[in-house]
Design a binder for this molecule. Structure first.
Ligand code: DAH
Length: 476
């Protein structure tokens, strides 16, 4: 547990801030039978009731103590687990994946266009229970993903979803049997050009009846898809085996599971082929895709899929035959199905040649004007503004730990999008006092303008003050 969970509230002035979220909708071109009713309104309000104004840059535990966090019109009590920060909550309304000219919106539409007949969904509120996010999907109680250093907790039982899979059961219960879900997901992380605490995932799933006629129909469909792929310019390397380390599930007839795996592989190979054909740079070489055995708590057998692009194997997605408990919990004990999940930013960064994950959040017309719906084009970098490096060194009191992710959330909360990366450059324990000395180097750089040294010094001083207040560290 991080130090943030031990602090006591101390302030009592109050402020509320409101952010308006955009409409929620299905993706264009989808045959959706309905949207997920995450809110009764067209717009969702995010209201954070804080006891200290967020611009005071105090600890977020202080800022939220004795009160509640309201997201999407819903109020959530805070407790000692609360570690969600204003810098994170203000990203919730953005819904970048709904913007047709945005690389994430383009990726979403392109992927959706490979799955005809699938419902294309989104759930605008990222607030889920720990039960939905972890327990229902079979995450063991000691899974590292549950820790407060990895996950944004609103309170002990409520988190910002760490993956789109958190909604699988809810979607099945609503009656969708073949669907894609695009969602913003939240994971505490360090700050660098390829990591963002808010990113986007697409999950998809399909389930089938297991009677003989349905399985025969699936076999025929698989043959049709297989023929289509055989005549496409793609080489699929698949040496995966089903066995003790990656088994079919007890209770599944191996023949049925095999057909479901076959359908999943064809559907996903076709999607990857379509996606990469959109950006092949006139390359007539076949696309190479390889399948690897994997492990996820909620599928078995499980796989990862990679594609060879610009001289490297790029991890595309994770997938597998859904654990039967997922379908049982969804009230579908007689069905069998597959699911997959992928991260949109990582794929988009490679396909569009976007060098920094912060660019996805940029409002700079030099970024936004470069993209066209339905097309994957190479991003043309424009000149970067100069970096400004500042170091901060401090003593951490004995028996306390300042996790890198805790440090980064403080930096993010103060400096918002003005930090390009953060590196720990030194750490040692004093042999006598047993205090730990830590030094972080913060690289300040705006995407949109030049930062003056004076401005950065002010921000750096705020970061330092926030660190002292939040972790009781002693600046060096
Ligand atoms: N939820 C997984 C993640 O965040 C991705 C994933 C893997 C989703 C396999 C799935 C799946 O639906 O079947 O890493």
């Amino acid at each position: 547990m991080s130090t943030s969970d031990k602090e006591e509230p101390s302030s009592s002035s109050s402020v509320t801030f409101r952010l308006t979220l955009g409409r929620f909708a299905e993706g264009p071109g989808c045959s959706s039978s309905g949207m997920l009713p995450a809110s009764s309104d067209d717009a969702i309000l995010v209201v954070l009731c804080l006891f200290v104004p967020w611009w005071d840059r105090g600890s977020y535990k202080q800022r939220t103590s004795n009160t509640s966090v309201t997201i999407g019109g819903q109020e959530y009590p805070v407790d000692s687990w609360t570690n969600v920060t204003p810098a994170i909550v203000e990203k919730i309304p953005m819904q970048l994946y709904l913007k047709p000219h945005h690389p994430l919106g383009i990726m979403r539409s392109l992927i959706e266009s490979s799955f005809s007949g699938f419902s294309c969904l989104n759930v605008p509120s990222p607030v889920v229970s720990t039960h939905q996010n972890f327990d229902e999907l079979g995450f063991p109680p000691d899974h590292p993903g549950r820790s407060v250093t990895d996950t944004y907790y609103i309170n002990k039982e409520t988190v910002l979803r760490t993956h789109a899979s958190a909604h699988e059961i809810e979607i099945f219960k609503q009656g969708h049997d073949m669907w894609l879900l695009t969602a913003d997901v939240y994971r505490r992380d360090e700050i660098d050009s390829s990591h963002s605490p808010v990113f986007h995932q697409m999950d998809g799933a399909q389930h089938f009846a297991t009677d003989e006629a349905s399985m025969d129909a699936l076999q025929e469909e698989n043959e049709r898809l297989g023929k289509q792929l055989a005549s496409s310019n793609i080489i699929i390397v698949d040496n995966t085996k089903v066995g003790p380390t990656n088994p079919y599930q007890e209770g599944h007839q191996p023949k049925h599971a095999e057909l479901v795996v076959g359908n999943m592989k064809h559907s996903l190979n076709r999607m990857i082929y379509n996606l990469f054909s959109t950006r092949r740079d006139g390359n007539s070489e076949p696309l190479r895709v390889r399948w690897i055995e994997a492990y996820f708590p909620f599928t078995s057998p499980s796989y990862e899929v990679e594609a060879f692009f610009q001289g490297k194997w790029l991890e595309i997605l994770g997938c597998g035959v859904m654990k039967q408990r997922t379908l049982d919990f969804s009230g579908l004990p007689d069905r069998i199905g597959w699911a997959f999940g992928l991260g949109l930013e990582r794929l988009a960064m490679v396909l569009f040649s976007i060098p920094d994950i912060r660019l996805f959040w940029s409002n700079d017309p030099r970024f936004l004007s470069q993209f066209t719906p339905g097309e994957i084009t190479t991003f043309k970098p424009y000149s970067k503004y100069p970096p400004c490096y500042k170091d901060v060194s401090f003593w951490v009191p004995k028996h306390k730990i300042v996790h890198d992710n805790d440090f980064c959330d403080v930096v993010r909360d103060v400096a918002r999008n003005l930090v390009e990366d953060v590196k720990k450059i030194d750490e040692f324990v004093h042999p006598k006092t047993e205090q730990t000395s830590v030094c972080f180097r913060i690289n300040y750089r705006s995407m949109d303008r030049s930062l003056s040294n004076e401005e950065v010094n002010k921000i750096q001083a705020q970061v330092s003050n926030a660190l002292v207040e939040r972790f009781q560290v002693e600046l060096r």
